[in-house]
Design a protein around this ligand. Structure first.
Ligand SMILES: O=C(O)c1ccccc1NCC(=O)[C@H](O)[C@H](O)COP(=O)(O)O
Length: 211
């Protein structure tokens, strides 16, 4: 299982993720997020750090803004966390791989939600529906829903995952589960990661799954 740590705003945290062999670092380019990366870490700093895939997270951004940020920050992937259309995903996918995020609650109609996005994305990400918030809420959704996921299209599991969830996470038998995405449960404050918690988590995941 791959690991993504989202909400990175500091060079030192990004460097530590490389050291811990985390696969993906998420940088949030949504100005209403307390983890908005742009004012805190610049493109050159991010581009110069190798050894980890950088994922830019956007919420209903303009195509040109996403395209410009991909180049400025050397993004490997884009995660679309708002109400982006399949056509928008397809346009971004001409440049980099695309993760489309969906927020889940108690129930889901998988085909109505996802079918149109399968041909235009590389991965899905399932996060938690929590009022008007787009992400980073620290809340879990009903993981039982995942037992009914009907596709082979790979997905990231997200939403409220902390160290307490690791045993349950490691027991999940879901063939399409590709990666786990963590964020606010590994912070001292928004945008400042608690790297000791990240290290414990990566050790637990990596000792179970072959990297
Ligand atoms: O984290 C944010 O502030 C955020 C704001 C707006 C859109 C997306 C955002 N985060 C995206 C992520 O991929 C988070 O890791 C995901 O929502 C899970 O967060 P958490 O429940 O805190 O683990």
């Amino acid at each position: 299982m791959k690991i993504k740590v989202c909400g990175i705003t500091r060079k030192e945290d990004l460097q530590r993720l490389v050291e811990y062999q985390v696969h993906y670092a998420g940088l949030i380019f949504y100005e209403k997020s307390p983890r908005f990366a742009a004012p805190k870490i610049d493109g050159r700093t991010v581009r110069e750090i190798a050894g980890i895939k950088k994922v830019g997270v956007f919420v209903n951004a303009l195509l040109e803004q996403v395209q410009r940020t991909i180049l400025d920050y050397g993004l490997d992937m884009v995660q679309l966390h708002g109400d982006e259309t399949p056509a928008f995903c397809a346009a971004i996918r001409e440049q980099v791989q695309v993760i489309k995020a969906f927020r889940l609650g108690e129930d889901v109609n998988w085909s109505a939600l996802l079918a149109a996005y399968i041909p235009v994305t590389d991965y899905f990400l399932f996060d938690t529906e929590a009022g008007k918030a787009y992400g980073g809420t620290g809340k879990r959704f009903n993981w039982e829903l995942l037992q009914t996921y009907p596709y082979t299209h790979p997905f990231y599991l997200s939403g409220g995952i902390g160290l307490d969830e690791t045993p349950e996470l490691l027991e999940l038998q879901l063939p399409a589960l590709f990666a786990v995405d963590v964020n606010s449960r590994f912070e001292d404050r928004p945008g400042v990661k608690n790297m000791e918690k990240v290290r414990l988590f990566t050790d637990q995941i990596q000792s179970t799954y072959l990297k």
